[in-house]
Design a protein around this ligand. Structure first.
Ligand SMILES: Cc1cc2nc3c(=O)[nH]c(=O)nc-3n(C[C@H](O)[C@H](O)[C@H](O)COP(=O)(O)OP(=O)(O)OC[C@H]3O[C@@H](n4cnc5c(N)ncnc54)[C@H](O)[C@@H]3O)c2cc1C
Length: 344
């Protein structure tokens, strides 16, 4: 199985069939928060514990070089944390938005597909995050620093603006319903096509086959909690459906708040939920064996995953999708049941 790359994606998406030259933006909403206040407080807390409180003023600019120097002199292990706080403090806000728009005429698409969006003089591909059953179409967009289009969509786009929409396109599609369980693996906005597929699955009763419930898993990774698109909606869905298992994995959040969920990369978190009886011992090494022994933090009572009876959908930036693909294949998920899409 190879991850589909979209090499000359910009040219490609400009030539997709036209859906509308004047789709109207109906809603633009930030999904992340400005967390600079929290970071300053946390730094002051660390400062008073390790003796560098004078480096962090109550307001105004933080001298990050000095904070880094003093913090690591007190405790070298603080280096990654200070680096992460600085990245987050300096990042532009909003960095994650959801956008809803309406076209003059409805258009058909399959859950998992993407559209091309033209705004100003730039065209880019964006996955559809809403279910095909919904009237408005929703996108979920991350700001790529210094990118040519995404910062403008995050900052400038407002209700009433017009977009040119082409498509739909893409082969990340749901398999026919079967008794297999489903696992969706994504980081950040890679979850957009999965939001569409998961909503569609439950709306259409595709989480059931011949009277038997199928388990539907979502492993979603990000650095900070507010970088998890649709976190609240997925939590609600797991409250309503016993067979929907939502496993958010956050690499940095516990430095800032009381995060008690998973903190590993999603491919490692997935291992904790796999039924080891289904695995061929010879196929996995020490690292996998250790992860398999680790206890799940969330969804502890959910049935364990049998990789041989699983279909997997993975989406995100290419490098992440490649490593997910490798990990999942080693677990024994049949290649024909592995569906991947890379964002470039
Ligand atoms: C099929 C498909 C679906 C997509 N769906 C979504 C989606 O739902 N939401 C979304 O936010 N984006 C999505 N993208 C990515 C999107 O098309 C743009 O590439 C992204 O918004 C950056 O555009 P830009 O003009 O701001 O940056 P550009 O000026 O085009 O690029 C700046 C640089 O950033 C790199 N880059 C591009 N995307 C990322 C990224 N995500 N993270 C880090 N670096 C990146 C590029 O390789 C380039 O080097 C999708 C891409 C594809 C191919």
């Amino acid at each position: 199985m190879t991850v589909r790359e979209h090499k000359s994606q910009h040219e490609h998406v400009e030539s997709l069939p036209l859906i509308s030259k004047s789709a109207t933006v109906r809603n633009v909403e930030a999904m992340d928060h400005d967390r600079r206040g929290e970071i300053r407080e946390k730094l002051q807390e660390l400062g008073s514990k390790f003796g560098f409180e004078e480096a962090i003023p109550d307001w105004g600019n933080i001298n990050w070089d000095r904070v880094f120097e003093e913090a690591t002199r007190s405790n070298r292990k603080l280096a990654p944390q200070i680096g992460a706080f600085r990245d987050r403090f300096e990042r532009a806000y909003p960095a994650l938005v959801r956008i809803e728009f309406e076209t003059d005429k409805p258009f058909d698409f399959a859950a998992g597909q993407y559209l091309s969006i033209r705004y100003g003089n730039r065209t880019r591909a964006y996955s559809i995050a809403s279910s095909p059953n919904r009237e408005e179409t929703e996108l979920c967009i991350r700001r790529v620093p210094d990118g040519r289009l995404s910062p403008r969509l995050c900052e400038e786009l407002s209700v009433g603006d017009r977009l040119t929409i082409r498509g739909p396109n893409g082969h990340l599609l749901l398999e026919d319903t079967s008794k297999r369980d489903m696992a969706f693996l994504a980081t950040g906005t890679g979850v957009a096509p999965m939001k569409s597929m998961i909503d569609y699955t439950f709306e259409r009763g595709r989480d059931e086959f011949r009277g038997e419930k199928r388990d539907v898993w979502l492993f979603l990774g990000a650095a900070w909690e507010d970088d998890l698109p649709y976190h609240g909606a997925f939590r609600e869905l797991s409250d309503v459906h016993d067979n929907f298992h939502y496993v958010p994995c956050l690499s940095r959040e516990s430095w800032l708040s009381k995060w008690n969920g998973e903190t590993e990369y999603i491919q490692d978190a997935l291992l904790k939920y796999v039924d080891e009886r289904a695995l061929d011992d010879a196929a996995f090494g020490q690292h996998m064996a250790e992860m398999l022994e680790d206890r799940p933090t969330v969804e502890a009572d959910a049935p364990r995953i049998d990789p041989h009876e699983l279909e997997v959908y993975a989406c995100g930036i290419n490098a992440m999708v490649y490593s997910l693909e490798t990990a999942v294949q080693r677990l024994g998920v049949p290649t024909r049941h592995l569906h991947c899409e890379g964002y470039g």
